[in-house]
Write a protein that binds this ligand. Structure first.
Ligand code: SOE
Length: 389
């Protein structure tokens, strides 16, 4: 079992690349943990300086070279647009710094394969920010399945639905394949679901059959940057043709013979950030929804079903280790970053990754890229596609 060892977070300094919504969530979670946020690097020194001032971070770096010259930086958090991950992570590892990279790890599996190799050769901690694993009940479910609590895994189903790109006036850098990669909804949120359900079920996807749809083929791009989840400001726009996926339907086959199905959408009105999974085993089933994250449904055939409410005293040790607040004090999205970093920085303090990391490693991030390749090919060719190696 892998739970965090006690360590002194004050021994570490972290720099954050990216000044948008998610970069700020990283910085805030680090500070809650007690890790010093040494500075921010943004798309321009002015943006970095402005965000650093807003959230009370001392320094804005002018370049990645300058950031890596700072001896106070032990770990670098990469939250820049996806197309920058590869070069930035390469440089960070070469400078001997641990790294936490936002998902998806890269824009192609060629890039992610190289990052896996570089990370392994470096001996440094290299994590992918699949934070949803760190809702305490997802950690509990992972352990419960490992301990045989559901029996043999048969069916894995669910969805990840959002509505923030529903209108043709909604814009974000992820809509541009050069910035975000060839898969948009699947790359951004579908990979969260697949990473999470692989982590909980302990199963590996072996092949996929996918259908991708682009319902909004023309969008209005504002002239100037737009932060993720912010509403359009009604200013000047240019028309852009869209080719990436608004939605995806994916059938999955797993190594042990289990079957799965996933619906992904960024255009489902009213679904703000709704990830749901259900795993049906030969003895029992379990299900969880991100909008009621402190409740885990456990289904039985021969006795009443259960709702486990998050409470460290009622959970297994893996789940309890991720819980930050007493039961009934609902934990949410931002808490998962705190729990994830507690785990990752525990590994940094221990001097190397545990045998079975609970956080997503670069291997896990690469696996998601290989699944994305297979999804793209399946959607193009209309057939089952095996996951490459
Ligand atoms: C945007 O779709 C986004 O911020 C994702 O990039 C995150 O990973 C997800 O947690 C919320 O939505």
């Amino acid at each position: 079992m892998s739970t965090s060892q006690p360590f002194n977070p004050g021994d570490f300094g972290a720099a954050v690349i990216g000044t948008g919504f998610i970069g700020t969530v990283h910085a805030e979670a680090l500070r809650r943990l007690g890790v010093k946020v040494t500075g921010l690097l943004g798309s321009s020194p002015e943006r970095a300086a402005e965000r650093a001032r807003q959230i009370g971070v001392e320094k804005a770096y002018e370049s990645l070279d300058q950031l890596l010259d700072d001896p106070a930086v032990n770990v670098v958090h990469v939250t820049s647009p996806n197309r920058f991950h590869f070069e930035q992570v390469k440089q960070i590892l070469a400078a001997g710094r641990h790294v936490v990279c936002e998902k998806p790890l890269a824009v192609s599996s060629q890039e992610s394969a190289e990052l896996v190799k570089l990370a392994a050769d470096s001996g440094l901690i290299a994590a992918v920010n699949y934070n949803i694993r760190f809702y305490p009940l997802n950690q509990h479910a992972h352990r419960m399945v490992r301990d045989g609590g559901l029996g043999e895994i048969r069916l894995i189903s669910g969805h990840y639905l959002q509505d923030w790109l529903l209108h043709d006036t909604d814009w974000n850098w992820r809509l541009d394949p050069k910035e975000g990669g060839a898969l948009r909804a699947v790359g951004d949120i579908g990979t969260h679901w697949i990473d999470l359900t692989n982590f909980i079920s302990g199963q590996k996807v072996t092949s996929v059959f996918a259908e991708l749809s682009t319902f909004i083929k023309t969008r209005q791009q504002p002239v100037g940057p737009v932060e993720t989840f912010s509403q359009g400001g009604g200013g000047e726009t240019v028309e852009r043709q869209i080719e990436t996926d608004d939605t995806a339907l994916i059938l999955l086959r797993y190594a042990n013979g289990a079957r799965g199905s996933l619906t992904v959408s960024q255009v489902s009105a009213g679904r703000k950030n709704s990830l749901q999974w259900e795993i049906d085993g030969s003895q029992s089933a379990a299900s969880w929804h991100s909008e009621t994250p402190d409740h885990l449904w456990i289904g039985h055939r021969g006795k009443p079903n259960e709702i486990l409410q998050r409470d460290a005293s009622l959970m297994n040790a893996t789940g309890a280790a991720a819980a930050g607040l007493p039961g009934g004090h609902v934990e949410g999205f931002a808490d998962t970053f705190y729990a994830l970093y507690r785990n990752v920085y525990g590994a940094v303090a221990a001097g190397g990754p545990p045998d079975e990391p609970l956080y997503a490693t670069f291997e896990d991030g690469h696996e998601e890229m290989l699944i994305c390749d297979a999804v793209l090919r399946s959607a193009k060719e209309g057939c089952w596609v095996e996951i490459g190696s």
